[in-house]
Ligand binder design. Structure first.
Ligand SMILES: [Fe+2]
Length: 388
């Protein structure tokens, strides 16, 4: 038990203090037999925890990692199993310039795989000040920038750029890649497939699901299939809209009234503090983002409202590019379901959605994101011209 606990330690967590803090469970899943694997951990704030993925691909000799994760002992142990069969980690790719959650594990991972070549999405930025790569723990000697210095393993992959877009505080940019032999498209944040089953990693600790399956802080955390599914649906709404339309924050007096009840005065239940009040019909908008039996493919809702409202053509241009992979069969993003069946037809559907009137409409769930966008725009943080 002690041994297992040590394996999950991640000592650098204060750099990015997200749940589950210093303890990160990692699971290994095989996505395409003998070719592609997924290492998954949970990241989030206040139990709004969703899985995040590092993808491992088999090269002719050795392995390539896309979207680094914090290398806990457990993660490294799982990776070693693949290395013993398929050879060393040859290449590590950080294909996003904006997603902090994908960057935070990179320096520590690079210290472990000292021979690996590093490829970065152009325009890496650190906040609040821009630091040179070496200050960020990324050795510049073995680092190359995608497109500026070429692309890795050209015979196996085709790399495509989405962005850059100017966000004011920094830029949004991600680079996707198509793996010819497995017919898989790899993206970071842009497209996701979300389904109603809670991801496998919650089997090890369903607490975040059970926490959010409740209506009030004085309700105990009860584990059942239904409560896991309900909790997962609410986590999806949180992570997609930050503040879903059907969610109210109750008055402080109300929150306190139901807090600190017997058996709930513990860290796991956040001492009964539950500052959420869901409308009775909270499930009504789920069909828009969650597929019941198979993942619902969509442009990630947060990006849809915060980044792409005025850069449709950039998004469509990238999707048109993706459509050139005629035999495409699967999508593997860094979040939610993977692999997701994904063909040229699906890319076409996304383009049609972006061009439809619905794309600009304002469903209730997006109100908070749209008001945030408006505020940032008024403050001059989001610039008038986002296309670079
Ligand atoms: Fe992300």
């Amino acid at each position: 038990m002690v041994e297992e606990s040590i394996n999950k330690n991640w000592d650098w967590w204060p750099l990015f203090p997200l749940y589950p803090y210093g303890k990160k469970k990692t699971i290994l899943r095989e996505l395409i037999p003998g070719q592609i694997w997924s290492l998954e951990q949970i990241q989030g704030l206040y139990y709004v925890a969703v899985p995040i993925r590092m993808t491992v691909l088999k090269l002719d000799e050795g392995l390539m990692l896309i979207n680094p994760l914090p290398p806990t002992k457990e993660l490294v142990n799982e990776l070693e199993k693949l290395i013993s069969i398929h050879g060393k980690v040859k290449t590590i790719v950080l294909p996003s310039a904006s997603g902090l959650e994908h960057k935070i594990g990179l320096p520590a991972l690079l210290r472990i795989f000292k021979d690996a070549n590093i490829w970065l999405c152009p325009g890496q930025w650190s906040f609040p000040i821009n630091l040179p790569l070496d200050f960020l723990g990324i050795p510049s000697k073995r680092t190359r920038i995608l497109f500026e210095d070429g692309t890795p393993h050209k015979d196996l992959f085709k790399w495509s750029s989405l962005g850059p877009l100017n966000l004011g505080l920094g830029r949004y940019h991600e680079v996707s890649c198509y793996h010819f032999s497995t017919r898989t498209l790899h993206v970071t944040d842009a497209i996701v497939g979300i389904d109603s089953r809670p991801p496998e990693i919650f089997d090890f600790d369903p607490t975040p699901l059970l926490f959010h399956s409740r209506e009030r802080g004085d309700e105990p955390l009860i584990d059942s299939f239904e409560s896991r599914k309900k909790g997962w649906a609410r986590l999806v709404l949180f992570s997609s809209f930050l503040k879903p339309g059907k969610l109210k924050i109750p008055p402080l007096k109300e929150i306190i009234k139901y807090s600190f009840k017997k058996d709930l005065r513990n860290r796991r239940a956040h001492f009964g503090i539950y500052p959420f009040l869901w409308d009775a019909d909270w499930e009504s908008s789920l069909f828009e983002i969650i597929g019941e039996d198979m993942p619902k493919i969509q442009i990630a809702p947060v990006l849809q409202k915060l980044i792409f409202p005025r850069s449709k053509e950039v998004l469509i241009g990238w999707l048109e590019n993706i459509k050139s992979f005629k035999d495409m069969a699967y999508l593997i993003p860094a979040h939610f379901s993977a692999p997701v069946e994904f063909t040229v037809e699906d890319a076409n559907k996304l383009i049609n959605e972006i061009n439809s009137e619905k794309w600009d409409k304002l469903p209730e769930d997006n109100k908070f994101l749209m008001s945030l966008y408006k505020k940032l725009f008024e403050l001059g943080i989001i610039p008038e011209e986002v296309n670079i």
